[in-house]
Design a protein around this ligand. Structure first.
Ligand code: FES
Length: 572
């Protein structure tokens, strides 16, 4: 791409009031004259925030990217976008994913940016920035922040989230003291980086690598490993080349890249959140993808990566064992190895020669951790537009189960009654949680893996079938049916479940059935009234008016597709 074809030329390549203004104010930061000579301007889209502890080290990473950009003859400009910290934000970061994507999209389009590096880490920061970038379609490369080192407590490795849930159950069951509980929380998060289980953040880091949007090995390098900084430096080199090659997102991301990502997600035991985010990203590019693709392509994949919550190890171990390149190499026969990536090479070329250094952490199709993993997509009268379950994180004895529903009308009802002595629940019950979907919560919170009644925990029960229109943390586990669509707040059949109804989950036959005659459901539907609106102003009002259902990625209806990167008219 020639100098005058760059977007930034229309800001910095002019000798008029706008050119004077654009260069002059930038020069107050000390930028030398030659940086305005027509070289590519590279945006470093930084989701750093002290309120997003997983991304707290990103300013250092941005400096590494800048080194690489300068070295390759580009002009790096770092800018902040809305950050989404899973640990602190309420009511759920998912409520703000689409907002953050709009921030990315509009910031890129409104500014003199020719190519962009997305610095992402905590769960939603990855899909949000990728969605926004897809709608602009510039040369784009993702650098993940990397996982924390393994949690260490006593003589055991403990994993983000996975052990938080276990320890909380143990505390409630009286199997752990408060002193131990407090000590464990400091031992779990002992370095910079995001959750180090195969939770949503690690899943998203693997997703962007599997899509071909990163340099090889991006997903697993620990945040504090010097090789993470080297990778950021090299990404800075590469993005400048990508601008010269005009290698835009839409050239890289083809249907084959998405199919690769789905298969790889099955093999790594990735988070259920993968489904909703990949659907949303595909929607921005108008690439046809639906729920059934996830079952058809991913559900029979062997589980090759032995990481919590489905397995034993953590991301640090995964990196030392070979990381995602070793997984991709071993799946060569079932992947599109000719899919293009941001390196300018194919997926196959990127991983050629990658080896596994520890077969306990990374298996092979002939010797997998589990013969089948992936995510199963369920249908039935309870979820005509789909629901999902992660069988590898479920209890095998509950994958075919009929039980009596114990219904919570919303999350407040759940909190109020879950430990009530009057709650009629036993080890065969099916817990049903309504109104935690995109419109209902609002924002589709990660509450689907609702904790069990303390009374049952004390009896040693550690899993029940749980059903909701919400999501669950990628670090969680259990026989948890999620993303029930249509959600109860829109009048889906989930809204019509009563205490005492029988529900049948049959994962092998992919069905979820409410055993209530249709005539009875018709009567219940006629008596159903929608919840009052959460608010009639501000972003939440916009969100609930425009958010689509989970089977469409819970993106806004008006954000599907993209508007490209045309340079807007002058501001003065
Ligand atoms: Fe940020 Fe888990 S809380 S990745």
């Amino acid at each position: 791409m020639s100098e005058t074809q760059l977007r930034s030329h229309q800001w910095f390549g002019r000798h008029d009031l706008m050119g004077f203004t654009n260069r002059s104010w930038m020069k107050n930061q000390g930028h030398a004259e030659h940086l305005f000579d027509g070289r590519p301007v590279i945006g470093i889209c930084n989701t750093w925030s002290e309120l997003t502890p997983c991304n707290g080290h990103f300013r250092i990473l941005a400096e590494q990217v800048k080194k690489g950009v300068y070295e390759a003859g580009g002009f790096p400009v770092e800018f902040p976008v809305m950050s989404l910290g899973e640990a602190l934000m309420r009511p759920t970061t998912m409520l703000f994913r689409n907002l953050a994507s709009m921030d990315v999209e509009e910031t890129l389009r409104a500014n003199p940016v020719d190519g962009v590096i997305l610095l992402t880490g905590c769960d939603k920061t990855t899909p949000a920035t990728v969605m926004g970038a897809c709608s602009v379609d510039l040369p784009t490369l993702v650098v993940s922040g990397g996982p924390m080192l393994n949690g260490k407590w006593g003589n055991q490795d403990i994993g983000s989230g996975t052990h938080s849930y276990r320890f909380t159950d143990d505390l409630r069951a009286g199997a752990m003291s408060l002193e131990q509980y407090m000590e464990a929380e400091a031992c779990q998060s002992r370095s910079e980086g995001h959750c180090m289980t195969m939770g949503t953040a690690s899943t998203m880091a693997c997703m962007v690598e599997a899509l071909g949007l990163t340099l090889p090995s991006n997903a697993a390098i620990p945040a504090v490993d010097a090789r993470r900084k080297r990778l950021a430096h090299m990404a800075g080199n590469r993005i400048v080349e990508m601008v010269h090659e005009d290698l835009r997102l839409s050239k890289v991301l083809q249907r084959e890249n998405f199919e690769n990502a789905i298969r790889i997600n099955g093999a790594i035991g990735g988070s259920t959140n993968f489904v909703i985010h990949l659907l949303a990203i595909a929607g921005r590019l108008n690439i046809p993808l639906d729920m059934d693709d996830f079952d058809r392509l991913g559900s029979r994949m062997p589980l090759l990566v032995n990481l919590m919550p489905s397995g034993e190890y953590l991301m640090e171990d995964f990196y030392y064992a070979g990381g995602l390149p070793a997984v991709i190499e071993t799946l060569r026969d079932v992947l599109h190895m000719d899919a293009l990536t941001v390196t300018g090479r194919t997926m196959g070329e990127n991983v050629a020669g990658a080896v596994c250094h520890n077969p306990k952490v990374i298996g092979t199709p002939d010797n997998p951790v589990q013969p089948e993993a992936g995510l199963a997509v369920l249908r039935g009268n309870l979820c005509p537009d789909g629901a999902i379950i992660k069988p590898s994180a479920a209890s095998p004895h509950l994958l075919q189960h009929t039980g009596v529903a114990v219904v919570f009308e919303d999350i407040d009802d759940y909190h109020a009654r879950i430990d009530s002595p009057d709650l009629e629940a036993d080890e065969d019950s099916v817990l049903v949680l309504k109104n935690v979907g995109p419109k209902g919560y609002p924002g589709m919170a990660e509450v689907g893996n609702m904790g069990l009644p303390a009374r049952l925990l004390r009896k040693g029960v550690r899993d029940l079938v749980r059903i909701s229109d919400g999501r669950m943390s990628g670090t969680a586990f259990g026989t948890v049916v999620l993303h029930v669509t249509p959600e109860s707040a829109t009048g889906g059949n989930l809204a019509l479940v009563h205490n005492g109804d029988r529900i049948t989950l049959d994962v092998p036959s992919r069905s979820l059935t409410l055993d209530v005659p249709e005539e009875e459901l018709v009567v219940r539907r006629s008596n159903w009234t929608p919840l009052p609106a959460h608010t009639d102003r501000g972003y939440v009002s916009l969100y609930t008016s425009h958010v689509q259902q989970a089977n469409l990625g819970a993106d806004f209806d008006f954000l599907r597709g993209g508007s490209g990167s045309p340079v807007p008219r002058d501001s003065h």
